[in-house]
Design a protein around this ligand. Sequence first.
Ligand code: APR
Length: 258
Amino acid sequence: HHEIPDDVVSLLRVARRVAVLTGAGISAESGVPTFREVQKGLWERFSAQDLATVDAFESDPALVWTWYRWRQSLIQQVEPNPGHAALARWQKHLTESGGTLTIATQNVDDLHERAGAEVLAHLHGSIFSHRCLGCGSAVELPAPQYDGFESPPSPEDPPSCSACGGLIRPGVVWFGEMLPMDAFEATAEAIRHADVVLVAGTSGIVQPAASLPLLALERGTPLIEVNPEETEISEVMDYCLRGPSGQLLPPMVDSLKR
Ligand code: APR
């Protein structure tokens, strides 16, 4: 199993304000594919970057809409993994002793919440929210129930807005779109005031989310990365714990108790 270096443990034991930034990697062990791994089934000929854009949606609404409905169904059928649970446990432990642990995620799934954690910011929105492409009004829709997710569903058209007749789109932030500034600012503030910043499961490719950890450098706040691979932001990290978050985060949090 994975050992957490002693200097990381002693650092985390005294941390009172922890800021965590997560990406798709933290949901990988739950069975939610990350963005930069090859897709399966019907979607294998598309990359996420091809589907997660306004242009893709406008040129083929049914394809993009169905991809999101399929992913909603997939996310509903998987469970949070020990990595999500460890962060929720750590957050509870810190809050009870007057500290804070904030979670800002690039993920559009609700696995942090389902593990019992409070999420400060969903920087790229939520896959379970929808809004009208025309008038922008939020639209509640029941999630689809596709059985399994190996056999992707046949494309279905997005519904139309009852207010203006426009197309309903997924409530996520697509490539090239601005992310919600309140979410960004809240995350920036949390990082600026943190004793330690933990970055787990993100490739550090997509801006501006990937630049948030760099704010820790302003005050020399220690940066810890949890990722089996080297990333675009590994070079600014004080510690790089090379392994899956589902295997590293539980012993990391357990080590705080002893
Ligand atoms: N534990 C931790 N990290 C993991 C694991 C794991 N079990 N498995 C994979 N990873 C790492 C990969 O090494 C990679 O660095 O997770 C990262 C996933 O990177 P991406 O797929 O690029 O996901 P992310 O960084 O969240 O992408 C950012 O890009 O596609 C857009 O909006 C989308 O929010 C997404 C954003």
